[in-house]
Ligand binder design. Structure first.
Ligand SMILES: [Mn+2]
Length: 444
């Protein structure tokens, strides 16, 4: 209902958001909450809000509930909109006389919006049109009696929710310098000048648990990245100008947040400590992942004391809240989403499973491959592929068992016995199937 909501939509230019990657996992949510808290404790000049780029996974929701943490604010997109560029400029009613508009001009306005009692805009009166009316060779009393609507010029309208970048071309073609901005119901929001539209306020983002724009919240390339705190490999640098950019080789971003707190002499509240602990336990698979470092275990010990939980028992509970590969049976992994295809007359069985990181793939590989071969023999398929898709990085690997002639023709990077890197493939239907069909059709 409020103007502020119409104008600012989902992001506020006065706020600095701490936001994790799309398809947020537990570490992404925990480090956003933790780092936002840390920043709010250490910097007084900015308003910091923890945010998320999408719906958290089951495990993250479990941790949020367990430690009674707020779900971070959802950012659906961070592009500047016309609402962000609009200023709620004073208006006059279309029925008011010209002196009302003239007063606004005297106050320094260049265009005066005409807005009726229902908040619907009826064009604008420009200072030029007013000057002409006042200097026209007619009775000045007649001029003063005219309603503002008599001088109304049709405005160019934009919706406050619309992204500026989607309209750049029509803006460049337009001869107007001032544009009326309305909300979804067509009601007056404000006036946006060309200058403000071309240089709108930008969302201020602190990225946690990722460092590539491809994984960031929608339209992050139109935002101002003010810092990065992460533990993943370096992707493309998201900024042109230098920013605080921390990518450190530990098991989780939550570890980095906990260390920052320690260094600053800050003790996170019990619930937040539990949340950060959850981030560490989730990413390190309760310290079993080879990515675990002593820094993770030291922080986890500290946080579990603050949260008053047994980190090992709670860790197992947490992992089972959203079973990754580590906590699922071979049957579940292979058969939850499996389809049989006919390619060039050869039956091919393709399963797909989503993960957040490949941490637990090595320890399950042998078991999975053995079962795949068993099923393949039983079903008589030429190939059995398990596409393991990392929803965080948008990449996939494939475990495969098949007839020798198919295996040797596979057009993928082999990274181990029966294991291939599918790189940017995430869709079985649109990417993997066509790639496999190409060889199986050919070698028939
Ligand atoms: Mn992480």
């Amino acid at each position: 209902m409020s103007i502020i909501k119409d104008r600012y939509e989902s992001w506020d230019p006065n706020v600095t958001y701490v936001v994790g990657h799309q398809r947020p996992d537990t570490d992404s949510i925990a480090s956003a909450l933790g780092y936002a808290w840390y920043l709010s404790q250490t910097s007084t000049d900015i308003t910091v809000v923890a945010a998320r780029a999408g719906q958290p996974g089951k495990q993250a929701l479990f941790a949020i509930k367990r430690f009674e943490q707020p779900n971070p604010q959802l950012l659906t997109g961070v592009a500047p909109t016309f609402g962000h560029a609009a200023r709620r400029q004073p208006f006059v009613r279309p029925t008011e006389g010209l002196p009302a508009a003239m007063m606004r001009v005297a106050e320094g306005e260049r265009v005066i919006p005409l807005v009726d009692e229902d908040n619907i805009p009826h064009g604008v009166v420009t200072s030029l049109a007013l000057a002409r009316a006042y200097t026209a060779p007619v009775n000045i009393m007649q001029t003063l009696a005219q309603p503002c609507s008599s001088l109304a010029e049709p405005p160019q309208l934009f919706y406050s929710r619309d992204k500026i970048s989607d309209h750049r071309n029509s803006l460049l073609r337009s001869e107007n310098d001032d544009f009326l901005v309305v909300n979804d119901e067509g009601k007056y929001v404000g006036v946006a000048t060309r200058r403000r539209i071309l240089e709108p306020p930008r969302a201020r983002l602190f990225l946690v648990d990722h460092n590539e724009l491809a994984q960031a919240v929608t339209d992050a390339e139109e935002a101002e990245i003010v810092g990065v705190l992460d533990h993943h490999r370096l992707g493309n640098s998201p900024t042109a100008s230098p920013i605080p950019f921390v990518v450190d080789v530990v098991g989780s971003t939550s570890t980095l947040v906990a260390e920052l707190c320690k260094t600053a002499g800050l003790t996170p509240p019990s619930g937040l400590a539990g949340m950060l602990l959850s981030g560490i336990l989730s990413d390190t698979l309760v310290f079993r992942s080879p990515t675990t470092t002593p820094r993770d275990t030291v922080c986890a010990e500290w946080l579990s004391a603050l949260a008053m939980v047994d980190r090992f028992a709670y860790g197992e509970e947490l992992l089972h809240a959203a079973p990754g590969l580590g906590a699922r049976t071979v049957q579940e992994i292979l058969d939850n989403d499996r389809k049989i295809y006919q390619m060039g007359g050869h039956p091919v069985s393709l399963a797909q499973v989503e993960v957040t990181g490949y941490q637990s793939l090595p320890e399950r590989r042998e078991e999975l491959l053995a079962t795949m071969e068993e099923w393949r023999q039983r079903e008589g398929t030429s190939l059995f592929g398990l596409m393991v898709t990392d929803v965080v990085t948008g990449t996939s690997r494939m475990l495969t068992r098949g007839d020798k002639w198919v295996m040797t023709a596979l057009p993928f990077n082999r990274i181990g016995e029966g294991e291939y890197d599918l790189e940017g493939m995430v869709s079985r239907k649109k990417q993997l199937v066509p790639a496999l069909s190409a060889i199986l059709d050919e070698t028939r």
